[in-house]
Design a protein around this ligand. Structure first.
Ligand SMILES: NC(=O)c1ccc[n+]([C@@H]2O[C@H](COP(=O)([O-])OP(=O)(O)OC[C@H]3O[C@@H](n4cnc5c(N)ncnc54)[C@H](OP(=O)(O)O)[C@@H]3O)[C@@H](O)[C@H]2O)c1
Length: 281
């Protein structure tokens, strides 16, 4: 099914995967609601595509405004056909060093915000007995990787919430639910990741810089959404392999990630900061 003439709401549309997916949906003829914090960046994305967009800025963790935001989004064109929960932040810190506030912030943005937004839009889809809800999880939503205890907790939560939601609404109401599992995609995700003390990392990873281009990832995601797929994997190399090992041979995967953890612990003992892990997300 094409999204031509349909209304899509994308969070995290101001950069990276969300920006590229917004562009792909607009090229397909959809009307797109663009959300994120940076209004100037949302305007930049909007200006490339004329008046088929609504700029709808938000702070994902400001839960008090979510219902009102959803109402305004639903009122724009009389409903939402596709909600893509994409906004998110990552982490680059060992658990032993990481402040609890970092866990709270990452779980708020990456897990509770998608739940809150979905809960706000869901009743209208149930009433219409149609709609499509997607969430960008990660390879880290199925594989536990070092330096990402908060991120993995949140993204595994995303996987669980949307699997359970699908079970409730797919057959009962004809609502599609898609979970998306990127590996390394070339975006600002690593530079925007949080350090152990909650500061923004500010520098990227070699794995992310060599990752799948965002427009290629967006094309794969849109093709999967059009096909109504329940899960879309956008990963290659060691990250695609890690997903396969998690299912088929978890002991080998756990040995691999434990070796990574030991390497990072040794670097910490020598006073070195976190380096990129081989399984990157
Ligand atoms: N790139 C990868 O390799 C990769 C791999 C696996 C999963 N992912 C996931 O893909 C999604 C998109 O990330 P990306 O790679 O495109 O990174 P990105 O370029 O850093 O984009 C993140 C987006 O999320 C928005 N965002 C972050 N914090 C927010 C907040 N508190 N409130 C509202 N919006 C917020 C940002 O908008 P503002 O800054 O304007 O608020 C931005 O548009 C994330 O969920 C990420 O976890 C990425």
């Amino acid at each position: 099914m094409s999204f031509k003439g349909k209304t899509a709401w994308i969070t995290g549309a101001s950069s990276g995967i969300g920006e590229a997916l917004a562009g792909a949906l607009l090229e397909e003829g959809a009307f797109v609601i663009l959300s994120g914090r940076r209004v100037d960046e949302l305007k930049r994305v909007s200006e490339r595509h004329g008046n088929a967009t609504l700029i709808h800025p938000f702070e994902a963790a400001d839960f008090a405004v979510i219902d009102d935001m959803a109402k305004r989004a639903l009122d724009w064109r009389g409903g939402i056909d596709l909600l893509v929960n994409n906004a998110g932040i990552s982490q680059r810190s060992l658990a032993v060093d990481t402040k609890f506030d970092v866990y709270r912030r990452i779980v708020d943005i990456d897990l509770l915000a998608p739940i809150a937004l979905t809960q706000a839009v869901l009743p209208s889809m149930v009433e219409r007995k149609s709609g499509h809800i997607a969430a960008v999880s990660s390879v880290a939503g199925k594989v536990g990787a070092p330096l990402r205890t908060a991120y993995c907790a949140a993204k595994h939560g995303v996987t669980g919430y949307f699997d359970a939601l699908r079970a409730e609404v797919e057959t009962a109401y004809g609502i599609k639910v898609t979970t998306i599992f990127p590996g390394s995609v070339r975006t600002a995700v690593a530079a925007n990741a949080l350090n152990a003390d909650g500061t923004v990392r500010g520098v990227s990873d070699v794995n992310i810089d060599n990752g799948i281009p965002a427009d290629v990832a967006a094309a794969q995601i849109l093709a999967g959404l059009n096909a109504g797929e329940r899960e879309i994997v956008v990963a290659e190399g060691v990250e695609a392999g890690a997903l396969e090992l998690r299912r088929a041979d978890p002991a080998t995967l756990f040995a691999f990630t434990a070796a990574e953890g030991a390497r990072l612990a040794a670097a910490r003992a020598e006073g070195q900061g976190p380096e990129p892990a081989k399984v990157n997300t």
